[in-house]
Design a protein around this ligand. Structure first.
Ligand SMILES: C[S@@+](CC[C@H](N)C(=O)[O-])C[C@H]1O[C@@H](n2cnc3c(N)ncnc32)[C@H](O)[C@@H]1O
Length: 254
C-alpha cells in the first residue's frame, strides 16, 4: 500500500504552497504533468531543487493510457506525486488515475493549488457568482472549427453568466489570444447569432503568475488590433448584464 498525491503547484514557483512542497517531499517519485498547462518557471529541475526528489516529465500517454506503470510503482511501495501546474483536479484529466489507484487500495491525497480558473476570476474582479460553464477553444480539425465555445458563450449569456475560455494546448502548438479571437469571430460569421460583437468586452490574461503577467479588459474591436505577449493566455467573455460595480472594475483593467 502506498500514497498517491495529486499536487497543485499554482501558476508559478512563487505560488507553491507549504502543503504542496511537503507532499512532494513525501513522495519517492514526482511526475510532472507537462500537457495540461504551461508555466514560466515550474520546470522539473526547479522542482528537484526545491524537493530533493527525482522528477520525471509525464505526457498524456503516460498519465492517461499507461496508468498501469504508475500503479506498479504504488504496488511496489513507492509513493508517487503527480504534480500539475494550477490545480490537479480543475480542467485536467487526472480523476481516472485517482480512482484506479484508490480501487487498488492505495491512499489518495489531493493537494489543491491555485488554479488559473480562480486566479483569472480574482484578477478580473468580476462577480464570482456569475461564472457559467467554462470551455476550451480548440484548433480546427481538418479545417473545421468546433462551434462548442460559441454555443457555451451563448448559453451562458442567456443566463447572464460570464464565460472562461481556456485556449488549446498541443505538443507542438499553443493557442494565443489573437488566434482564439479570430476563431471566435469566424464562428460568429458562420453561425451569425450575434453572440460576439465588436462592442463586447473581453478580459485577456497573459502569463498569469509570472513577472510579465498582464490582465487587461478591452472591447473586441480593440483586441483585434492588439499584439499579445508570449502565451499562455486565457480569455473571459463577460455577460452583457454587468453590475455597475463590475463595469467600474473592468475600467480598472483598461
Ligand atoms: C486546461 S487549463 C489547465 C488548468 C489547470 N489544471 C489549472 O487548474 O490551472 C490550461 C489552459 O489554461 C490557460 N492557462 C494556464 N495557465 C495560464 C497562465 N499562467 N496564464 C494564462 N493562461 C493560462 C491556458 O489557456 C491553458 O491552455
Amino acid at each position: 500500500m502506498a500514497n498517491i498525491y495529486f499536487v497543485g503547484l499554482g501558476p508559478s514557483k512563487m505560488f507553491l504552497t507549504k502543503a504542496s512542497i511537503e507532499a512532494m517531499r513525501n513522495a519517492d517519485l514526482i511526475m510532472l504533468d507537462k500537457y495540461t498547462s504551461i508555466t514560466c518557471d515550474l520546470t522539473a529541475e526547479a522542482l528537484t531543487e526545491i524537493t530533493g526528489r527525482p522528477v520525471i516529465l509525464a505526457d498524456r500517454n503516460l498519465l492517461e493510457n499507461r496508468q498501469r506503470e504508475i500503479i506498479k510503482h504504488l504496488d511496489e511501495g513507492r509513493n508517487v506525486a503527480v504534480v500539475t501546474v494550477g490545480d490537479p483536479m480543475i480542467a485536467t484529466t487526472h480523476v481516472s488515475l485517482a480512482i484506479e489507484a484508490r480501487k487498488k487500495g492505495h491512499d489518495l491525497k489531493v493537494i489543491p493549488g491555485i488554479s488559473v480558473h480562480c486566479y483569472v476570476i480574482s484578477k478580473s474582479m468580476l462577480s464570482s457568482y456569475k461564472f457559467g460553464r467554462s470551455v476550451t477553444v480548440t484548433f480546427p480539425v481538418l479545417g473545421k472549427l468546433d462551434p462548442t465555445p460559441y454555443r457555451v458563450i451563448k448559453a451562458n449569456r442567456e443566463q447572464g453568466l460570464h464565460t472562461i475560455l481556456y485556449l488549446d494546448l498541443k505538443e507542438d502548438a499553443v493557442m494565443t489570444a489573437e488566434v482564439a479571437l479570430n476563431y471566435l469571430l469566424q464562428l460568429e460569421k458562420e453561425i451569425g447569432e450575434g453572440v460576439l460583437t465588436h462592442e463586447d468586452w473581453i478580459v485577456v490574461g497573459e502569463r498569469l503568475g509570472c513577472p510579465d503577467e498582464r490582465v487587461r479588459a478591452m472591447k473586441i474591436k480593440a483586441a483585434k488590433m492588439e499584439k499579445f505577449g508570449e502565451p499562455p493566455h486565457i480569455i473571459i467573455v463577460p455577460s452583457r448584464n454587468l453590475y455597475e460595480m463590475e463595469v467600474e472594475a473592468l475600467k480598472c483593467l483598461v
